[in-house]
Design a protein around this ligand. Structure first.
Ligand code: PA5
Length: 430
């Protein structure tokens, strides 16, 4: 993956980075890199995620999915980091798969019911993913899915794969029913687990090349170095951090491919849940090119100078010519294709932001395939870990998310009442 930070420089944009400030920042990057390397070498919590390209065993994933390899659809039951990495991969590569991937993360009853009514459950596999094995949404949806299978006369125990942490209630359940199971590796928080079994079960079942995903990630890992000038991932993380320090508190992720829309969602979780601590962090915004050129772009170009726009160029794509017409004003379209129009819109939007002095960065893929996706996911994780070091926050914890999880369980009578009582008190105050 290539990163171009040219439009984030002070000569182009405000806020922007001067060459001197980049040199000073690079000293901090060198120190942060040493810390990251130490964490990786010692397999410390969180840093261990950056070792996944070497640690993940594709054969273990393949043999776990073997019993349901014929499935025509896959329901993944999981939320947050237990779903978004897998969804990023299967959505990006959906046009190359005959297996439909459905993600039950939300507990919206109408939506869950509509999915279960629509699918042919005899031909469907279930992929339950929860590191903790205690997340209310995931466990509730799993129980609902199980019941739907039973009502349809399908033995769910023959159709289910479980991926969970070592000591989790979900592991007990999988052992009780003798279900094929995989582990969420130790030291890997949910939002950093896309390149473990958590992300790869769905990819394998949908027929994607999981080895190529890991190879792409491994190639990106090889670029980690003590200078932002030598490492694309660090160039991105350091630039985003430094722009935030100068007032660009919002990072709009703008991929120019429909298939990468879920990537923007995954990125938003990674950036927000990892860096949003101690009153610090940069707010991610999700956008999609070209659609958002006709909505959010107005704000990006002329609104407050509080944004970094991150373009993602998908590289080579299939194309489709635009038919010619005898309407004179539309003649120019007849010489173009949808692909060249998309590319022109990308270039024009990037240039229009630069012309207005708005900082933007370009992430460039060669194409949307397994190898490039593996590299992109890994690079954004490494960028995020670096940014966390620069902010000085604990990138790998998520106390605010955990608080709300406990409060939810407490309100439903599932123990851990301290948080639930706080919710009740607050409600009374209104
Ligand atoms: O990144 C994280 O830690 C979270 O987003 C979790 O992945 C999410 O809350 C789901 O947790 P679990 O996998 O324990 O069900």
């Amino acid at each position: 993956m290539n990163v171009d930070i040219g439009n984030a420089l002070a000569s182009v944009a405000s806020p922007g980075l001067s060459r001197d400030s980049l040199e000073r920042l690079d000293e901090q990057v060198a120190v942060a890199h040493e810390r990251i390397e130490r964490g990786m070498a010692n397999e410390e919590h969180g840093y261990e995620a950056l070792n996944l390209p070497e640690r993940t065993d594709p054969d273990a994933v393949r043999s776990a999915v073997e019993p349901v390899a014929d499935a025509e659809a896959l329901i993944t039951v999981g939320i947050g980091g237990s779903a978004l990495g897998a969804a990023t991969i299967t959505d990006a590569l959906a046009d190359e798969s005959d297996t439909e991937a459905v993600y039950l993360d939300n507990v919206d009853p109408e939506w869950v019911s509509s999915q279960l009514e629509r699918l042919s459950l005899e031909e469907t596999a279930i992929n339950v993913v929860s590191r903790s094995g205690t997340t209310a949404e995931t466990l509730a949806n799993f129980l609902v899915v199980r019941e739907a299978f039973e009502e349809a006369g399908v033995d769910w125990t023959e159709r289910t794969i479980v991926t969970t942490g070592e000591s989790s209630p979900l592991r007990d359940l999988s052992e009780r029913h003798d279900l094929p199971s995989l582990s969420v590796p130790d030291g890997v928080p949910g939002r950093f687990s896309a390149l473990s079994a958590v992300g790869l079960v769905a990819a394998e079942l949908c027929g994607h090349d999981i080895e190529a995903l890991l190879e792409g990630a491994a190639a990106e890992r090889e670029t980690l170095a003590g200078s932002l000038f030598d490492c694309p991932a660090y160039a991105y993380g350091a630039t985003a951090y430094a722009l935030d320090q100068r007032g660009a508190g919002i990072n709009a992720m703008l991929p120019y491919a429909e298939s990468l829309e879920t990537f923007a969602e995954w990125f938003a979780q990674l950036w927000a849940e990892s860096l949003g601590k101690d009153d610090l962090g940069q707010t991610p915004a999700r956008a999609l090119g070209v659609t958002d050129q006709h909505s959010q772009l107005q704000l990006y170009r002329a609104g407050p100078r509080d944004k970094l726009v991150t373009f993602v160029s998908p590289g080579e794509t299939d194309d489709r010519p635009i038919p010619t017409t005898d309407v004179e004003d539309l003649a120019y379209l007849g010489d173009a294709s949808l692909g060249s129009l998309l590319e022109a819109e990308f270039e024009a939007t990037e240039a229009s932001l630069a012309a207005a002095g708005r900082p933007n960065v370009r992430l460039e893929l060669e194409r949307v395939d397994e190898y490039e996706l593996g590299g992109l996911l890994y690079a954004m994780e490494a960028a995020c870990v670096l940014a966390g070091e620069l902010y000085g926050v604990n990138t790998f914890e998520q106390p605010a998310v955990e608080w709300a999880k406990k409060a939810t369980r407490g309100l439903l009578g599932g123990g851990e009442f301290a948080e639930a009582e706080a919710v009740a008190e607050k409600t009374e105050l209104r």
